[in-house]
Ligand binder design. Structure first.
Ligand code: FAD
Length: 547
């Protein structure tokens, strides 16, 4: 039904034979469901003979989305590799059908040993997800209001973790019929449905994450390394560590992506001449790390790390769970500080944001919006938002954008007719009760103060490292960034007597730092990815596992 060579390639006879070595043959009779939405059983399926019909049951009506009828075609979804147990489709056989079934662990093995099949599978799954979103696949439906912070949090979580979903704005009258179809109220929003079935009311991220299997129990074992943070540095470390055979756990308070996950187009990352979105980069790295066997869990907010006398570290999460490990790589990056400006704190999440993804872009109406900051993050946000809004004000404190923004980006921002770059300008106040109404901007060179209509404010200044959870034994610079290597020795905090710390080792032996949270680093995607991989070299040295 869908003619797309990348999404629906066929395995060759040789490849079918290879796959058969990792799975088992099975026959299904006409009319049998092979799996249904939400079913915990998740197998990779290769068709040998017969027909497989794939159904989307997430919308108002069930619909047939594709039919597999050629030998060597295959079924599956990204969820399989991610270990998320819920299928997002249903599959039935209209006639007697023979298939090969591969449980997920065998799939991972097969992908490593048969790289050509692994490549076809990975490309097909990513492309199928793209096709799905283009063709109006609903997935989960999130009912919640425009300015509601918990609804936004849920949407961000699902977006980060690649869970297909559609947001139904309960504050918009066009959705009245859909809301009425939920049945007799009253309802507690945010509310999550699958098709016509209400799955959860008053939904919160941790509960939904457990329900979907995105947040899974932390295995009770001692990992070789636990990576804290799943931005570019954490993902770079995860791919290197897992591919080099280290038992690896990755924890993040939100899911894959980090700051880069909110970048619409990264153009300074080698190998992607036309750029790629931060979300794509994150999803691809995430799948790559999964392929090599890394274990991911989110949302996991790290509270502290304790180290015993034998050097074993336990990572304690806010929810009370612990993870045990021989080494830790801290890649918790930075978060954007709220400015000390009147009205800003009360409007956080209902008009003030520190991220500019599709999720936030859908919240903007036709009124002007203001982006505060002059770094690459503010520039990227302004460029991205200008696709959705024609009236962007970029509020820059200094007098020269090029001093803080990469030149390729500042040139583009300055040439964009939808972005008004306002130098020597500062945000002074925000007004609004449940929703942002207007902002006050001061031009510091003329002293002019203006109250301006504004639907959203995006703040990208004052990056502070997310390192508060680390105790005093971990040496930090005056701004809280983690010192490593020679800097640790220089400040007299290195406890080792028989060796010096490696270049990315903090003042606690076996705890490493990489990316934006490390003192003195270049705050860029490429640097962070490289730094994450370098940290794995240090882990090998520490564990004595490198040849
Ligand atoms: C909008 C935007 C656009 C950008 N565009 C570009 C660009 O085009 N090119 C470029 O080179 N750079 C760009 N940057 C900068 C780049 O994204 C960062 O330098 C890079 O993401 C840093 O990676 P990191 O992994 O070190 O940290 P981060 O990306 O900050 O990731 C840290 C991760 O740690 C998690 N975390 C934090 N604390 C905890 C905790 N206690 N427990 C659990 N998890 C935690 C966070 O949830 C996050 O996922 C942009 C940044 C932004 C915000």
């Amino acid at each position: 039904m869908i003619n797309d060579q990348v999404a629906f390639p066929l395995l060759t006879e040789d490849e079918i034979r290879d796959v058969a070595g990792f799975g088992r043959r099975a026959r299904f009779e006409a009319g049998q469901m092979i799996f249904e939405v939400g079913h915990v059983r998740a197998d990779y399926i290769v068709l040998l003979e017969g027909r497989l019909e794939v159904l989307d049951t997430s919308g108002d009506e069930d619909r047939l989305i594709t039919i597999h009828s050629s030998r060597g075609s295959f079924l599956g979804d990204i969820n399989l590799l991610a270990g998320i147990p819920c299928n997002i489709f249903s599959c039935r056989t209209p006639c007697s059908t023979e298939v090969i079934l591969l449980p997920v662990d065998n799939l991972r093995n097969m992908m490593i040993h048969c790289s050509s099949i692994g490549e076809k599978w990975m490309d097909a799954m990513l492309r199928r997800r793209e096709i799905l979103s283009q063709r109006g696949f609903d997935g989960l439906r999130i009912f919640g209001c425009h300015g509601d912070a918990p609804t936004l949090h849920l949407r961000e979580f699902l977006y980060r973790n690649g869970v297909p979903h559609r947001w139904i704005d309960t504050g918009d009258s066009v959705n009245a019929e859909r809301i009425a179809k939920l049945g007799e109220g009253p309802f507690q929003f945010p509310l999550v449905t699958w098709s016509r079935k209400v799955l959860m009311q008053d939904a919160k991220v941790p509960k939904l994450a457990y329900f979907l299997g995105v947040r899974r129990p932390i295995p009770d074992e001692v990992f070789d390394t636990v990576i804290l943070g799943c931005g570019p540095a954490g993902l770079g470390a995860a791919v290197s560590a897992a591919s080099e055979g280290l038992r690896t756990l990755v924890l993040d308070r939100m899911g894959p992506g980090g700051q880069a996950g909110s970048s619409s187009r990264i153009e300074n990352y080698a190998g992607f001449p036309s750029g790629l979105s931060g979300h794509d980069l994150a999803m691809r790295s995430y799948l790559q790390a999964l392929k090599f066997g890394a274990v991911f869990a989110a949302p996991c907010d790290v509270k502290e790390i304790r180290t015993d006398e034998n050097g074993l570290h336990t990572v304690h999460l806010q929810c009370g769970t612990v993870a045990k490990t021989r080494t830790v790589i801290v890649t918790t990056g930075v978060s954007y500080r709220n400015l000390d400006v009147k009205g800003l704190n009360t409007l956080r999440g209902v008009g003030v944001y520190h991220s500019a993804t599709l999720v936030e872009a859908t919240l903007c109406d036709g009124r002007p919006l203001h982006v505060i900051g002059a770094g690459n993050s503010a520039g990227q946000a302004a460029m991205f938002l200008s696709k959705h809004n024609a009236n962007i004000n970029l509020i820059v404190r200094g007098g020269d954008l090029r001093k803080s923004m990469s030149s390729y980006l500042s040139e583009r921002v300055e040439a964009n007719p939808r972005v008004n770059v306002r130098l020597h300008s500062e945000l002074r106040a925000l007004k609004g009760v449940d929703m942002l109404e207007n902002v006050t901007i001061e031009n510091t060179s003329t002293g002019e103060i203006s109250e301006e209509d504004c639907c959203r404010v995006f703040v990208f200044i004052g990056a502070t490292p997310c390192t508060d959870f680390l105790g005093d034994d971990v040496c930090k610079d005056e701004r809280g960034f983690l010192k490593t290597g020679a800097d640790v020795v220089a400040c007299g905090k290195w406890p080792g007597k028989n060796r010096l710390p490696c270049i990315l080792e903090t003042s606690v032996p076996g705890i490493f730092a990489a990316g934006d949270c490390r003192s003195g680093t270049t705050k860029r995607v490429a640097f962070s990815v490289g730094d994450g991989s370098l940290a794995v070299n240090c882990v090998h040295d520490f564990l004595g596992t490198y040849d």
